[in-house]
Design a protein around this ligand. Structure first.
Ligand code: ASP
Length: 338
């Protein structure tokens, strides 16, 4: 008889675990209870559940990502795969963060959730959970992935693109890794075995990373304010990326001050698809040239931010930050400088 795979389910809350409360939906169900809604899973795996926390993912904090990664590290040798049940709102951040905190894993770490609670008659939760458990048992699955609405998305490439529909997640600037149709898993990217390094868990994150979304006419003083409180800022610029050059060139001076403090500025874009390329227009090329600025290219915003937190958890030295930031981890960046 073939031994069934051993899977650990980690409950963290989210809609999937919600019940109706006095003031709206609140996550109340524990992992054990979620499992009672997917009895079919018993046919192909042995699942145990632990509860890490039970929150709406709006309340997720980088320290919770560390708690989830820590729990996976603690149980890593005892299970064949891990399924994290999570709210959809900040799932893309958690999936990206786990991609940096848990690297080279030959065992799959799946993050899933749902747009509707699992105890409703009509819900996507049961399919998403069953698909995730199935994928976690798949020999060819590895690394950190989101499984949602029949798609498998690299942990660094997911983004919530719909607030209500079941097809809530897209894979940004990268193909789906696989699709799941009932019990069939079809791989588009089948690369297990290519990474020869051993699993490595990281523990440090620096959450002093800010995001500044540009709007026309924004006062650059906000960058000075941020410099007092943060080690890095991601500027969500327009189009392929650039900085406004209003009359007094205030933005240039603000960036100069950031750089002179040894702090990190990363240029990214408000446009979801296709990423940045600061070399195209004068408004970008000049800044890139003067400040040798890092840009996020085809990375998602969630990946850029959590990667910076991970990088800054290891070094604050600008050249090392640049090198680590551009290192490809879990398919997060294709475009390279030079
Ligand atoms: N507000 C919920 C959460 O992110 C939404 C969901 O899970 O779909 O926890």
């Amino acid at each position: 008889m073939i031994e069934k795979k051993r899977i650990l389910l980690l409950g963290t809350g989210g809609t999937i675990a919600c019940k109706k409360g006095k003031n709206g939906l609140v996550p109340l169900m524990m992992g054990e209870e979620l499992l009672t809604y997917v009895p079919a899973a018993k046919k192909f795996c042995q699942v145990e559940a632990i509860q890490i926390l039970n929150v709406d993912s709006t309340n997720m904090h980088p320290r919770h990502w560390q708690m989830i990664a820590g729990a996976i590290e603690e149980h890593y040798n005892y299970y064949d795969g891990f399924v994290v049940c999570h709210g959809t709102d900040t799932m893309a951040y958690t999936a990206a963060a786990l991609s940096y905190l848990i690297q080279h894993s030959k065992k799959p770490v799946i993050i899933t959730g749902a747009q509707r609670p699992i105890d409703l008659d009509v819900t996507d939760a049961r399919t998403n959970l069953l698909d995730s458990l199935r994928f976690a048992c798949c020999e060819r699955a590895h690394g950190v992935n989101i499984v949602f609405d029949g798609k498998v998305i690299a942990g660094t490439r997911g983004k919530k693109v719909r607030s209500k529909s079941y097809n809530a997640f897209s894979s940004i600037n990268f193909p789906y890794l696989a699709v799941i149709q009932d019990e069939h898993i079809l791989f588009y990217i089948d690369d297990k075995g290519q990474d020869k390094e051993n699993v490595r868990f990281y523990h440090e994150l620096d959450d002093r990373v800010a995001l500044l979304k540009l709007i026309p006419g924004l006062d650059s003083g906000v960058l000075d304010y941020l410099a007092e409180h943060f080690d890095a800022v991601v500027i969500e610029s327009f189009g392929v990326g650039g900085l406004p050059a209003y009359e007094k060139n205030d933005f240039y001076h603000a960036i100069e001050r950031w750089i002179s403090l040894g702090k990190i500025v990363v240029m990214s874009t408000q446009v979801t698809q296709e990423g940045s390329n600061m070399s195209v227009y004068e408004v970008g090329r000049k800044v890139k040239h003067i400040f040798d600025m890092i840009e996020s290219y085809d990375m998602t915003l969630e990946a850029a931010i959590t990667k910076l937190m991970w990088v800054l958890g290891q070094t604050k030295e600008p050249e090392k930050v640049r090198r680590l930031f551009y290192q490809t981890i879990n398919h997060d960046i294709l475009w390279k400088e030079g």
